[in-house]
Design a binder for this molecule. Structure first.
Ligand SMILES: Cc1cc2nc3c(=O)[nH]c(=O)nc-3n(C[C@H](O)[C@H](O)[C@H](O)COP(=O)(O)OP(=O)(O)OC[C@H]3O[C@@H](n4cnc5c(N)ncnc54)[C@H](O)[C@@H]3O)c2cc1C
Length: 388
């Protein structure tokens, strides 16, 4: 039987860039996915936002590296993944949000991020047609951006195969084997494979895989909906984030929402329902569209005649603090967590992939060790990330 240096469970936002990193670093790599091709679970539900402007040091570092990879991809490998460095704007309409954003900016600048709190006038220039009533200002981080999750994953997939990674689709991992506390292989519904390193990158299904090695992963899938409009002429560049909660007695309350205009001129949008919708149901609801369109038209009245092309629903694999769970579990040598990506798996993927590869090859830098410590399964989950 072939022996792999590493087997990655899941060909999604995390599994594919991880395979690219491990195969590029010379590890004999196999990726197994239950679905028929790459990016068929929640990667393809992501809207494509990519930012390094978080409030957790580890996420900032990982996403800074991801941005470098997304930004340089086309010049390095030739594929157009629709990378656009349009920036992010968090808009402030209340004093409370203004204060929070200003505090965040101080922290983010201390990590070297290019972000500023800018005036109402600057926000109006960045987002022409934004509702000015009570607008106070907002943040602008020009180095953040967006890319197509599907095009990106397919580009990473092609490149990882060129580097020697193998992929098995339509195959479900059903058991993981260890001996004396060390991983020795796994079983699928079709075959058995030998390896001493397994990466759990199973997204919304991470907990099922965790149970195979007797760990309880605090990863709970929550469903979120998104949609896309017809293409229209260029209106604005940044991802716009409105952090205000909204009460809607007819269609349901929401926490925040965000949207951007993609390379084709289509506006892609997403909303955080309140309360959260826990579970793995990916069927669209009829309440999402009226909920978010009301909010978007009130923020940008000029969008009122735009036609919506389609909506969809997918999962955020949530953790209690909104941060991923990465690295080892004490007592199970060779099992590696790359789970709990919440609403940020697409942007974290390339950075996490390289980190996991260095981890498996024993090449961790001091900064990597800090990140693994910050996102270890045994951390204190009480420090919540603000926008998960
Ligand atoms: C509406 C919406 C908008 C979003 N927008 C963004 C965004 O703008 N930016 C961003 O960064 N993130 C965004 N996200 C979040 C992002 O989609 C997720 O964080 C990310 O896809 C999770 O990556 P993953 O690799 O863990 O899971 P996935 O991409 O879902 O991959 C997991 C894979 O594991 C496979 N698998 C599971 N169990 C098994 C098994 N037993 N055997 C074999 N294979 C298995 C699955 O089939 C799947 O292919 C959004 C999500 C949603 C729903």
């Amino acid at each position: 039987m072939v022996e792999y240096d590493v087997i990655i469970i899941g060909a999604g936002s995390i599994g594919v860039p991880t395979a690219l990193a491990t195969a590029s670093d010379g590890l004999k790599t196999l990726v197994i996915d239950t679905l028929p091709s790459v990016s068929q679970a929640d990667n393809k539900h992501a809207i494509g936002g990519i930012r390094a402007t978080h409030t957790q040091k580890g996420k900032i570092m990982l996403c800074q590296r991801s941005i470098e990879i997304f930004r340089n991809w086309e010049s390095q490998f030739g594929d157009d993944i629709w990378w656009k460095q349009g920036g992010y704007c968090f808009v402030a309409y209340t004093k409370e949000h203004e204060n929070t954003l200003k505090l965040n900016v101080q922290l983010q600048k201390s990590f070297g991020l290019d972000i500023d709190y800018v005036s109402k006038e600057e926000i109006k220039n960045l987002i022409p047609g934004i509702n000015e009533d009570n607008l106070l200002g907002g943040t602008y981080s020009p180095k953040d951006g967006n890319a197509s999750p599907l095009l990106s994953l397919h580009a990473f997939y092609r490149q990882s195969r060129e580097k020697g990674a193998e992929f098995k689709f339509n195959e479900t991992v059903t058991d993981i084997f260890s001996k004396n506390g060390t991983i020795i292989g796994l079983k699928t519904n079709k075959s058995k494979y030998n390896t001493t390193q397994i990466v759990n990158a199973a997204g919304g299904n991470a907990n099922t895989l965790g149970k195979m090695v007797n760990i309880n992963l605090p990863v709970i899938p929550e469903s979120h909906e998104a949609g896309i409009t017809e293409p229209v002429k260029k209106i604005f560049n940044p991802m716009v984030v409105d952090m205000r909660p909204a009460i809607d007695n007819t269609f349901g309350n929401s926490k925040n929402y965000y949207f951007y205009q993609n390379k084709e001129g289509k506006i892609i949008f997403c909303l955080t329902p309140d309360p959260s919708i826990i579970g793995k149901d990916r069927r669209e609801t009829s309440s999402f569209l009226p909920q978010i369109t009301k909010r978007m038209i009130s923020l940008m009245p000029r969008l009122k005649n735009i036609k919506i092309r389609r909506t969809w629903r997918g999962l955020y694999p949530m953790t209690p603090d909104g941060n991923p769970i990465l690295g080892i579990v004490e007592g199970i040598n060779g099992y590696v967590n790359a789970v709990g990506m919440c609403g940020q798996g697409f942007m974290l993927g390339p950075g996490i992939g390289e980190l996991i590869s260095r981890f498996i090859r024993n090449k961790l830098t001091p900064q990597d060790k800090d990140i693994l410590n910050e996102f270890s399964i045994t951390r204190d989950y009480n420090k919540e990330e603000e926008l998960k």
